[in-house]
Ligand binder design. Structure first.
Ligand SMILES: Cc1cc2nc3c(=O)[nH]c(=O)nc-3n(C[C@H](O)[C@H](O)[C@H](O)COP(=O)(O)O)c2cc1C
Length: 366
């Protein structure tokens, strides 16, 4: 099955913006200019990205912040509502909704997302997250299965149920292990015959889920070798299943005219002014409940968590950043999200100076 994703333009490296719906974005910093996730700022940002030809925006689904002085991710615009609002303010960019399979009923999600696809004339994407963050499960009063396979079994049934609602011509009964319903139907359907699916995960079970269901696996990259190994493994496994699954990752961007300026700014916001209490709490929860980062990676990357939630660093001049993106692409990565300390203030410089270099290198057309 070919991916029917409308991200399917000719750009070899797709670009998106990640986590603009969350307070502080991806930077666990006390710096005054950290991202304010106000609606006004999100509107300004989506318009800039739409004009610049960025393919997509992707929100984080988060219900409980990570504490620290800034309460990192304590303020979050709910992703489905956020996606609907941004559609009205944009023309061509794809907007993803991120949905927790453990906290959202399939009938409600199917209807919400079909409605957004209708009102945007087919620009919606769905990022499926099985969930991992124990304090959120506690808040919902839901048990977090300790066994990964059980988390993904529930996620699979949730996903199948949503797909069935979107495809069934008449009312049906659902009698699964986790969900039961009689006389279920969904009207309207999404405009797109297949809503593009991302799955954010890294564990074996997460990758297998992506292999069965997603167009793209969204997963951390630590270095070029590991990126290549991941992309190769995913494309080979997908081919065996007669599918195409690309790999997306997420990057932290500090783009400045000189390397020194970029490195000094990184040190300022992600070292001197890091919210270390929040960093350590986030990393502790990740280590306890998720397998997205290996224990070795968690040990090595405290600084990357402060800088951008563990994202791959793109810190330097436009030329240097274009080089790094070219190497990610050469390793087989199909796309990446970008995050800045202050997206609206920093994105224009990136768009003006890096995008043309990516075009020259044949990775994108403007
Ligand atoms: C790039 C990326 C983005 C993610 N986005 C979210 C999110 O928005 N909300 C959330 O609760 N979990 C998010 N997750 C967590 C995953 O959905 C998943 O629950 C977690 O990685 C644990 O699964 P795993 O152990 O199978 O990797 C994200 C994970 C990755 C790797």
């Amino acid at each position: 099955m070919k991916s029917a994703i409308s991200l399917n333009n000719n750009n070899r490296l797709k670009l998106g913006i990640f986590s603009a719906n969350c307070s502080s974005g991806m930077a666990v910093t006390k710096a005054d200019e950290r991202w304010q996730n106000s609606w006004r700022n999100n509107l300004d940002l989506v318009r800039m990205c739409d004009t610049a030809g960025i393919e997509f925006m992707l929100p984080i689904a988060r219900w409980i912040g990570y504490g620290g002085e800034t309460d990192f991710h304590g303020g979050v615009l709910e992703p489905v509502t956020w996606a609907a609002g941004l559609m009205a303010a944009s023309k061509q960019i794809q907007i993803f909704a991120t949905v927790h399979t453990a906290f959202n009923h399939p009938i409600v999600t199917a209807k919400q997302l079909a409605s957004i696809d209708q009102l945007s004339n087919g620009r919606l994407g769905l990022n499926v997250v099985a969930g991992w963050n124990k304090p959120e499960y506690d808040a919902f009063g839901v048990d977090l299965p300790t066994v990964h396979s059980e988390r993904y079994a529930r996620a699979q049934e949730w996903f199948d149920y949503v797909q069935k609602i979107w495809s069934a011509d008449s009312a049906f009964d659902w009698d699964g292990e986790y969900f039961h319903g009689k006389g279920v139907y969904g009207n309207p359907k999404p405009v797109q015959s297949r809503v593009p699916i991302l799955n954010a995960a890294a564990s074996k079970e997460g990758r297998e889920f992506a292999m069965r269901n997603a167009d793209y696996l969204f997963t951390p990259v630590f270095d070029f070798d590991q990126a290549k190994a991941t992309a190769t493994e995913i494309s080979q496994a997908a081919a065996i299943n007669n599918r195409e699954v690309g790999v997306f990752t997420f990057c932290t961007v500090v783009c400045r005219p000189t390397m020194q300026e970029a490195e000094e700014y990184l040190d300022y916001y992600a070292n001197q002014n890091a919210d270390w209490e929040a960093v350590d709490h986030l990393m502790k929860l990740q280590g306890m409940h998720a397998q997205s980062f290996t224990p070795e990676a968690l040990g090595m990357f405290r600084d990357r968590f402060a800088a951008g939630h563990g994202g791959f660093p793109l810190v330097g001049t436009p030329e240097y950043i274009a080089d790094q993106l070219e190497q990610l692409s050469a390793a087989g990565i199909a796309g990446t999200t970008l995050a800045f300390v202050d997206y609206s203030a920093e994105f224009p410089y990136f768009a003006e100076h890096v995008l043309p270099l990516l075009e020259k290198r044949g990775l994108r057309t403007m």
